[in-house]
Design a protein around this ligand. Structure first.
Ligand code: FES
Length: 105
């Protein structure tokens, strides 16, 4: 099974199984990474699943929707690499991709 890498804000890295059918957020939570809060459970209403996406993999994902863009803008922590991980499907091409969890806002 492909794996991607998640880095927590304190720099610790986890190799996460990329389970087809889940979102990146769900795969990270399934792995037990507690630093990703994902409080709304994937409803795109909290921004606590904010991650910075490896630029070389960013183009794999669907474009950002209006709600996601607004939440990231409101977070005050947005960078060009920002996405909400609940809006990112696990894809076959994610082997070795890196996601860094954004610090708490
Ligand atoms: S889990 Fe709340 S916006 Fe992603």
């Amino acid at each position: 099974m492909p794996q991607f890498i998640v880095q927590t804000p304190d720099g610790k890295e986890h190799r996460v199984d990329a389970i087809a059918g889940l979102s990146v957020m769900e795969a990270i939570k399934e792995h037990g990474v507690e630093e990703l809060l994902a409080i709304c459970g994937g409803c795109c209403s909290c921004a606590t699943c904010h991650v910075f996406v490896d630029p070389s993999f960013a183009a794999l994902f669907p474009p950002m929707g209006d709600e996601e863009a607004q939440l990231l803008n409101d977070s005050g922590l947005q960078t060009p690499a920002s996405r909400l991980s609940c809006q990112l499907p696990v894809l076959a091409g994610l082997e070795g991709a890196r996601f860094r969890i954004a610090p708490a806002g």
